[in-house]
Design a protein around this ligand. Sequence first.
Ligand SMILES: Cc1cc2nc3c(=O)[nH]c(=O)nc-3n(C[C@H](O)[C@H](O)[C@H](O)COP(=O)(O)OP(=O)(O)OC[C@H]3O[C@@H](n4cnc5c(N)ncnc54)[C@H](O)[C@@H]3O)c2cc1C
Ligand code: SF4
Length: 494
Amino acid sequence: METVWVLGDQLNRDISSLRDRSPADTRVLMIESRAKIGSHRYHRQRLHLVLTAMRRFAGGLRTAGFAVDYVFADCFRQGLEQHRRRYHPDEVIVMEPMSYTMLRRLRQLDVRLVRSNQFLCHYEDFAVWAAGRKRLVLEDFYREQRRQLGYLMDGDEPAGGSWNFDADNREPPPRDGRSWPRPPRSRLDDLDDEVISGLPEEAVGAVPDGTWATSRAAALARLRHFIGKVLPTFGPYEDAMLAGEWSMAHSMLSPYLNLGLLHPREVCDAAEAAYRSGRVPIQSAEGFVRQVIGWREYVWGVYWLWMPEYAAANGLNAGRDLPPLFRDGETDMRCVAETLTAVHEHGYAHHIQRLMVLGNLALLAGVVPQQMVDWMWASFVDGAEWVMLPNVLGMSLHADGGRMATKPYAAGGNYINRMSDYCRDCRFDPKRRTGTDACPFTTLYWGFLDRNQSVLSGNHRMARQLQAARKLADMAEVRARATEVLAQLDGGEL
Ligand SMILES: Cc1cc2nc3c(=O)[nH]c(=O)nc-3n(C[C@H](O)[C@H](O)[C@H](O)COP(=O)(O)OP(=O)(O)OC[C@H]3O[C@@H](n4cnc5c(N)ncnc54)[C@H](O)[C@@H]3O)c2cc1C
Ligand code: SF4
């Protein structure tokens, strides 16, 4: 008999290693590795989500008649050896893993790898698309994906007459006091309780409250909720932030896509169907499909193209240790406090909070990129190496020298003020760059441009900002204030 080893982020009956298998010819192996669980100080809700989803998936396979060997081991190698000793499988088959690190590990374990079907564009196909291109422009890849996959196409033309409604999707938050859809919650059952009671003491974050679905059926229900109640407003306010509103009009589907509970094809099919039936405007449907078949697949493709050197990237020579506020959540900066509260409560922050609040702060302060990767990886329910490295190193911290993002996503307090209501109740003033009430983002923004004049001088998209920094009459005061701000950040006093 052969064994199919199902990894913790391959939780779907249709993965390529399992879909044509039957209980008559296959035993399933699943391993909970204590080394993996202990590799970061993970958020409780992340550990709960992954471990509960694994155990539920195993239970579902048993119900379908499969013999499942669910092993608790110190590490994957030990779990596999234990399985081999017990069952002597003819062969152990594994679908290609999501991460480079795991691929390297599997290659040392005498298993047969089969091609992954968890993405719509396999990374080898992405490499073919990328070959010979000077720049890997997301928009080019996205249009190719639309053509190949046929999403939101009317014949050869994009539905709604445009490939891209991005300009409509950058609205500041509405100030009409509207209520946003509440994320559904699942009732916790005995399995949840069992997993929660076994979580490591060092785990961080609030205890699980049912926000995250841990089975395919519940993930499908979250998808239906998103398409019916959230997607119609998804587009315009994608970049907006509001105090006390942690999910706004976001899908919150990333953990399910990343664990295999949902497949990108089915979420895009659902968005397309909602658009075709007139329930969702094209801006929203296109905005969502762009995130999934565009950004998500692009990130996956560049990760495999640029690994393993990519993991060590630090193009701006950033050397600051992760400031304590990321761990203790204590800060007077309202935007950061709001975002860290969402991370503590739910293991989640939406894209603009990740990029323009947390990532922006780390970029401006010059935090070591790999420390930021580790913190985000541990803190978010949807964290994984393949998605973290390009998003944190490339998009957010410009550590890859601009391979992914043509210019750093650096912004002062004015951007956050325009896109949120955070500044209203903050003790700092987003317009000021000097003085004790100056917004730390604004001060550090000018300090960042000043510090990186020579590294960024070849980037024509930064020319205007760099010139503005050179012309700043009060740069000496800005430098002095930036030094104070950074010292306060390091000392946990900001
Ligand atoms: C600094 C930083 C760190 C990030 N870390 C992660 C992470 O650990 N895990 C993760 O899945 N995403 C990560 N992202 C990408 C993105 O922010 C999240 O996918 C998104 O916020 C998840 O929330 P959502 O499901 O509500 O997304 P929505 O805003 O509803 O978007 C829909 C879907 O599009 C996909 N998507 C959108 N943008 C991206 C992107 N840049 N990369 C990959 N997928 C994308 C996700 O699958 C997401 O579920 C990160 C982005 C940044 C800037
Ligand atoms: S003033 Fe600055 S620190 Fe305060 S909320 Fe606005 S951007 Fe954040």
